[in-house]
Design a protein around this ligand. Structure first.
Ligand SMILES: Cc1cc2nc3c(=O)[nH]c(=O)nc-3n(C[C@H](O)[C@H](O)[C@H](O)COP(=O)(O)O)c2cc1C
Length: 218
């Protein structure tokens, strides 16, 4: 049985789409996946234990949210910290898959972030396979139970299932990145998103701030 390790790039402790994705993958694979949050890797008192776990993995999964068209800073910092360890390793390095979810409707927004992970693999010797870019990512954390065969997230579930099959088959042929999003109309996603912002702003007494223009030239 292959050894799977996931590095979760979301700094969130609760309601993280990235964590929900790793949970669902572990259910599809019927196996536990060792999970490390990027923030915990940075702050770990004994990094050797985590680094050894990563070096001994057969499959390494990077699962993270899109932040400003790129990677969250904590994931970037963790990757920089691991760079030398990977480059100095004499073992064969794990195969890598990446899953980036974003708040925008269109999944293609994540293309550059996936390329960043691929470039990192090329530089460090990790064995890049392919990535999945996910649009409407916030819906996963809101309703992770929808991430099954027939819900509005069925395309995302299908892509994750195919990724699991690829990991289990152990093929060496590289695939192109895949971009998927929830099966709902764009206007409905925007409507739901706006409603969410309004409800949260009201709850936090910040309704006026929604229309703030801090960079407006007066
Ligand atoms: C600081 C910050 C920057 C973000 N930048 C983008 C972005 O550039 N494009 C986008 O589509 N979503 C962006 N988002 C939204 C997140 O990618 C989205 O909410 C995602 O579902 C969070 O995943 P998580 O629950 O795994 O953290 C940003 C969120 C934050 C907090």
């Amino acid at each position: 049985m292959s050894k799977f390790v996931a590095i979760i790039g979301s700094p969130k402790l609760k309601k993280s789409s990235s964590s929900a994705i790793v949970h669902r993958i572990s259910e599809i694979l019927h196996t536990d996946i060792a999970q490390y949050r990027a923030l915990d890797i940075i702050n770990a008192p004994n990094k050797n234990v985590i680094e050894n776990d990563i070096l001994q993995a057969d499959i390494l999964l990077f699962v993270f949210p899109l932040y400003v068209d790129s990677l969250p800073g904590s994931l970037m910092e963790a990757l920089v910290g691991l760079e030398k360890t990977l480059q100095n390793s004499t073992n064969s390095l794990p195969k890598v898959y990446a899953i980036c979810n974003c708040g925008f409707y269109d999944a293609e927004q994540t293309a550059v972030a996936l390329d960043i992970i691929q470039n990192y693999c090329n530089k460090t010797g990790l064995d890049w396979q392919y990535g999945i870019g996910i649009g409407c990512g916030g819906m996963i954390a809101e309703e992770p139970s929808n991430l099954k065969a027939n819900g509005p997230l069925r395309n995302i579930f299908k892509a994750l299932s195919e990724l699991c099959a690829d990991m289990l088959q152990g093929y060496n042929d590289k695939k192109e990145n895949i971009f998927v999003r929830a099966s709902i109309p764009r206007f409905l996603y925007h409507f739901g998103g706006n409603m969410g912002w309004n409800i949260n702003a009201k709850k936090n007494n910040a309704k006026k701030m929604l229309r703030a223009r801090p960079h407006e030239i007066i």
